[in-house]
Design a protein around this ligand. Structure first.
Ligand code: IMP
Length: 190
């Protein structure tokens, strides 16, 4: 028997978190902001977040690929369409784990000379941080477990869940569908 995953955020928790972050961003950028989303994990978060921001928003997308997982050595496989020089930019992330990917992305984006560059992350797995990272707009901290749902995947699964759950990487590696019976068809309490 596979131990069930833990629900870390219900649908209601996610709504409240995204509303709070939207209000913080609206206040910080009254004349508008460029949101950059790193595909594909932050897609659901970005879609909900940008609708909670009451000032003008432009969105753009980046896609990256790891040379070697866990090393932070990544390359951009789909670059931005926008020129961000002189713009107020917020990088929207699903999760900050070791911080190595974020470190790479921030140094890459800084070279393009935005007027400002900040980070908005839905989840923060702070216990695993290797590269200290300042997250200006932070959703909630998650424990050192493998996090799935609301955009976060394992082998492409679980992205469409309207909740965030934590499970065992070992369990998922053995069977990527291990948590499907636990997580689909349930309703989390708001
Ligand atoms: P980093 O360790 O902070 O460089 O994280 C790199 C990337 O790995 C994140 O942007 C996620 O795409 C992915 N990742 C890290 N931890 C998790 C997790 O618990 N669940 C799903 N994806 C993760």
């Amino acid at each position: 028997m596979v131990p069930p995953p833990t629900i870390l955020a219900s649908r209601g928790d996610l709504r409240r978190t995204v509303q709070r972050l939207g209000a913080e961003l609206s206040q910080a950028y009254p004349s508008g902001v460029v949101l950059i989303s790193v595909l594909k994990g932050s897609l659901l978060f970005l879609a909900d977040l940008c609708r909670e921001i009451t000032s003008p928003v432009t969105v753009d997308f980046l896609s990256i690929s790891s040379y070697a997982p866990g090393t932070g050595r990544v390359r951009i496989v789909k670059d931005l369409d926008l020129d961000i020089s002189g713009r107020d930019v917020v990088l929207v992330e699903d999760i900050v784990d070791t911080g190595l990917t974020l470190g790479f992305l921030l140094s890459e984006l800084r070279r393009r000379e935005p007027a400002s560059l900040e980070v908005c992350a839905l989840t923060d797995k702070a216990a695993r941080r290797i590269l200290p990272t300042h997250i200006s707009f932070r959703g909630f901290e998650v424990p050192d477990v493998f996090v799935i749902g609301y955009g976060l995947d394992f082998a492409g699964r679980y992205r469409n869940l309207d909740l965030v759950a934590g499970g065992s990487l070992e369990v998922l590696t053995t069977n990527p569908d291990a948590y499907v019976p636990h997580l689909y068809g349930i309703t989390t309490r708001d």
